[in-house]
Design a protein around this ligand. Structure first.
Ligand SMILES: C[S@@+](CC[C@H](N)C(=O)[O-])C[C@H]1O[C@@H](n2cnc3c(N)ncnc32)[C@H](O)[C@@H]1O
Length: 211
């Protein structure tokens, strides 16, 4: 079963695109130079993020968890002409790598990279957003939801990665992270302010639209 899923994933990746050359280079560098390259969104999810962003054309977007800026640059593809994407990275070394990747991209003028804990930086960003991508600390997702839901404009998207947590989220007593991700999924399901779909893509991608 796992083999079939991998095969279908590879096929889906091979017929999705196009992928800009600079993103292929970031993917290569992430595998060469970081110890956890699997944290990067990767090609298929990256194309989905790009497509969703292009549908929304955000004036203001937010990402929590920049890593090497792969998803950052996928999301940036959809920004409105004068749109700005704020991205927050808590680890200074990763932020330095992200900064280099962003500076070499066509979107360097539209991306603001913030270095520090998202919980401290968020209150310093007094904006509403058309698109938010949660991909930082998973334990924080329910708190980020409460902090951000009223700051997402009607019709805007709230996307969250890893919500199935390697299959552990739906099971009982599989650890603190799975428990918090389960709480996040449940919060959205029960909230009349959003409509939500959870895609079993990779580690689980939640896509919610603010009504
Ligand atoms: C899964 S990676 C992000 C991957 C990236 N969004 C992508 O798709 O290519 C998660 C990142 O979030 C950062 N992070 C974790 N907790 C954070 C926090 N509280 N504030 C800011 N960044 C955080 C980690 O250092 C890590 O680089």
């Amino acid at each position: 079963m796992r083999d079939l899923i991998d095969e279908l994933f590879e096929y889906a990746e091979s017929v999705s695109g196009p992928v800009p050359d600079y993103l292929r280079e970031i993917e290569r560098q992430t595998f060469l130079k970081t110890i956890a390259p699997q944290m990067m969104s990767g090609q298929l999810q990256g194309r989905l993020l790009s497509l969703l962003a292009k549908l929304v054309q955000p004036d203001r977007a937010l990402e929590i968890g920049t890593f090497t800026a792969y998803a950052t640059l996928c999301l940036a593809e959809g920004l409105a002409t004068d749109g700005v994407l704020h991205t927050i990275e808590g680890d200074a070394e990763r932020a330095a790598i992200a900064k280099r990747h962003i500076s070499k991209s066509p979107y360097h003028r539209q991306i603001e990279l913030h270095v520090g804990d998202a919980r401290e930086i968020l209150p310093q960003l007094p904006y509403d957003f058309d698109l938010v991508f949660l991909d930082g600390d998973k334990i924080g997702y329910p708190d980020y939801y409460q902090l951000l839901i009223e700051r997402i404009r009607p019709g805007g998207l709230l996307i969250a990665d890893n919500v199935l947590w390697d299959g552990k989220t739906p099971k009982k007593a599989t650890g603190r992270v799975a428990e918090r991700l389960g709480a996040y999924n449940e919060l959205l399901r029960a909230d009349p302010r959003v409509e939500v779909v959870v895609l079993p893509l990779r580690d689980g991608l939640s896509v919610a639209r603010r009504r």
